[in-house]
Ligand binder design. Sequence first.
Ligand code: SF4
Length: 354
Amino acid sequence: MPSSKQDISAFGKILINWYNANKRDLPWRKTKDPYLIWLSEIILQQTRVDQGTPYYFAFAKNFPNVKSLAKADEEKVLKLWQGLGYYSRARNLHATAKQVTENHNGKFPADYNELLKLKGIGAYTAAAIASLAFDLPHAVVDGNVYRLLARYFGIKDAIDSTEGKKKFSKLANQLIDEKNPGTYNQAVMEFGAIQCKPVNPDCNVCPLQNSCYALEKKQISNLPVKAKKTAVRARHFNYIVIHYKNTVCLNKRLAKDIWKGLHDFPLIETKDNVTENEIFNSSELKTILEANKFHVRSVSKFYKHILSHQHLHARFIEIEISKSLKNKKLIKANLSELEKYALPRLVERYINER
Ligand code: SF4
């Protein structure tokens, strides 16, 4: 918590001065449109600024307002999101657009608690929209803000504990500049992103260096504190790429699992990596192929694909059949039209490399 050295009212002024001199020129900073601000925030929760910017432009161009996004096909939304991962965010984006259109006549509510009621909008996004679009004094607390506050004020509570979250949020709301909440929030996030960086921040040029707890106590690499290590699950995917004439079979993923709504190939998931022969002789393959005879065209190397909580080990087995499959759930896609479908990046990567 703030010590006598750390003047709360000076903190915001220092950050805003620093921000005015150092801020990056980003397209969503030129607007007060809550729809565009929301779009940028959702995309930036998923990726870095340089990677997210083309996605922002693509969404803003295809769906210039919330009503046009609400009317879009989910397929098109997922296709534009392709490559960003975490597809539930794209589905939530679409659902929120429909909610805003139907319940708020296409206008984001200028109220923090009303914003919180929208699907996929949590405390962070609600505070960002409320402050940046409507100048309401709600402090944003993202990873950059946690890091800066933990280091500068020497807060050792875990940022992923309920107590810690409450403490950081309370402090952040004490620090906010009530006259310029939007600028203050931009400044604190930008400062965390480019000055108080996760590794090796350049404290020699930092305007907070004279009163920073972590710098004085040599605690920079120990703050912020995180309690839990995220458990990572290993999964083993054997994709069956079934060729019949000029088509391959695609599967639309509908189960509550990764990549819901996207397309991949029929899949045999195993507990571990297994040999090709185990797959060829498996009952799962027999079921997928409806007991048809098949000819193996190729077996790929293993691809490792890392998601936030899962590590996928995937192999693609291309086989040819001489009789069309009856399974109506499979999409018989023309080989030259695969890019039409929303695909997980792993599948896209394989298609591009094969
Ligand atoms: S002095 Fe270093 S650790 Fe402290 S706020 Fe500045 S950049 Fe971060």
